[in-house]
Design a binder for this molecule. Structure first.
Ligand SMILES: [Zn+2]
Length: 227
């Protein structure tokens, strides 16, 4: 199985990128790339100490992580479609990403998706969403994956029964800074894709996760038929 489709999913914080990619990545032959999972712990720890950096990882480590992942995925031969959760994060990263794909998976098509929501929706989601420190053993104790609350007690994890917590980056001050940073970088991301001839499909993620996932699947199916 060759890697033939790459789907970068970008958008502001709390737009639903992780939920969407996790859902789509479950299909056979599909996988999800999350940058943090491929970056050495020491590098992650360095990003966590400063609110200004907001988890920012330098381009050298980004490229190393991405190329390592692509190399393993292509050699593993089990994956035809990779969803990139919240990646690339800047215009420069778009160029590095496309160059790496070209080298490791020549001929792979790229369908970029940008999720968009009302700012009030983003704030509400960020306020409501919870993570589980027990189910997601994050190297720097900053879990990101959405946890399912238990039906009996919404404060507890449906999977392990542990107490759920807000995401560290969802604290109002950090969320505001992350939203602002996304606004500043989004144009560069769109522009770099446009320069490379890659269309970016904007999807309103204010609907349910199921609807957003269906919209992406429909988009990919129709594009593949056109080829
Ligand atoms: Zn749990």
């Amino acid at each position: 199985m060759t890697l033939t489709v790459a789907v970068p999913v970008v958008g502001p914080p709390a737009a639903g990128k992780t939920t969407l990619t996790a859902r789509l990545g479950q299909a056979p032959g599909c996988a999800v790339f999350r940058l943090r999972e491929h970056v050495p712990e020491t590098i992650l720890a360095a990003t966590a100490t400063s609110a200004e950096r907001l988890g920012w990882i330098d381009d050298f480590n980004v490229v190393t992580a991405l190329r390592g992942y692509l190399d393993t995925t292509v050699k593993g031969d089990q994956t035809s479609t990779v969803f990139f959760d919240n990646f690339p994060g800047t215009g420069t990263q778009v160029r590095l990403f496309l160059a790496a794909l070209e080298q490791h998976a020549p001929g792979c098509t790229v369908h970029a998706v940008e999720l968009a929501s009302e700012v009030t929706t983003l704030y509400r989601r960020a306020f409501q969403r919870r993570v589980c420190h027990r189910c997601e053993r994050d190297p720097i104790h900053d879990p990101r994956l959405p946890a399912e609350p238990s039906a009996e007690d919404a404060q507890r994890c449906a999977r392990c029964g542990g107490i759920l917590h807000p995401r560290r980056g969802d604290a109002p001050r950090l969320l505001r800074a992350r939203l602002q940073r996304y606004r500043q970088t989004a144009d560069g991301i769109r522009q770099a894709f446009a320069e490379a001839g890659v269309a970016v499909t904007r999807l309103n993620s204010g609907t349910s996760p199921e609807q957003t996932a269906q919209a992406v699947t429909a988009l990919l199916t129709s594009r593949i038929r056109q080829l």
